[in-house]
Write a protein that binds this ligand. Structure first.
Ligand code: 7PJ
Length: 266
């Protein structure tokens, strides 16, 4: 899953895909084509930055950022267009515009989001976050982080099924960096199998995240090696979908892992 943030303030590609306050559709089209040629199967389009302390975005702003991009990418691209949103109006409009998947860092907990998602019939990714983006990195705390994240995701998956979302259309995500310290993030990666035990495919987003800075001291533009390492470790531990900025490089790493797995199976 390649990341395309249509925001002025996302931590790694903020402002890159905007010209003024409008999405730069030509540049996005080129980047999307490059990601697909490199092996992306899903493109994740987001109009709200959820970095710690990010400014809230209005519904209209989010619609203006996301919809034209969904329209353009879903018309001319083999990849599924996923929309990273928590907003019911964006969920509905994105589905009408051709989106093929919904990705919600709030796990469809906003008023009306669950019903809106169910109505679309699209696959949904439910992510765990402790707190909200404004304050989530202020002393996050857990007793048993893996157990608590698993319990939350299990409850949200049940809520989705009760709302009429087919179990086969649900993905789960521990939400690396969303209300988590480095120790919490590493415990979740080490314990990924406990999330797989819930019976749903697991998506992970580790690309360029600040946990890499904590481990390697690297600035955001220098986290490729760290990102690929984490992607590979997550894939080995059973993650089904990797949300990444650097599609070509990650795809190379996955090809090598796949070749090793083939030999191990023989
Ligand atoms: C994630 C996400 C993640 C899912 C972001 C960034 C920060 N959605 N949206 N999982 N992270 N499902 O671009 O790294 O980890 S925004």
């Amino acid at each position: 899953m390649g990341v395309l943030n249509i925001t002025p303030d996302s931590f790694s590609d903020g402002g890159r895909w905007l010209s003024g306050d409008k999405p730069d559709l030509d540049a996005l089209r080129r980047e999307a084509d490059a990601m697909c040629a490199s092996g992306a199967r899903v493109l994740d389009v987001g109009g709200e930055s959820t970095r710690p302390g990010a400014a809230p975005v209005s519904e209209q702003e989010e619609l203006d950022r996301v919809l034209p991009v969904v329209e353009v990418l879903s018309a001319g691209c083999d990849a599924i267009v996923s929309v990273d949103t928590s907003t019911p109006a964006v969920i509905r409009a994105a589905a009408d515009a051709g989106a093929g998947m919904l990705n919600d860092v709030r796990a469809l907990r906003r008023d009306g989001a669950l019903a809106a998602a169910a109505q679309t019939g699209l696959p949904v990714c439910l992510m765990h976050m402790q707190g909200d983006p404004a304050t989530m990195q202020v002393e996050p705390s857990y007793g048993d982080v893996v157990g608590e994240v698993a319990e939350f995701l299990d409850q949200r998956a049940t809520a989705c099924r009760d709302a009429g979302i087919d179990a086969q259309r649900i993905l789960l995500d521990p939400g690396f960096g969303f209300g988590k310290t480095l120790a919490h993030n590493m415990a979740l990666l080490a314990g990924l199998s406990r999330l797989l035990d819930l019976g749903f495919p697991v998506l992970v987003g580790l690309s360029r995240k600040s946990m890499i800075a904590k481990l390697t001291g690297r600035d955001v533009g220098e986290r490729l090696a760290g990102s690929i390492s984490l992607a590979l470790l997550a894939a080995e531990r059973g993650a089904s979908l990797l949300r990444v900025h650097d599609v070509a490089e990650t795809a190379d790493a996955l090809r090598i892992l796949a070749a090793l797995k083939t030999v191990e199976k023989e």
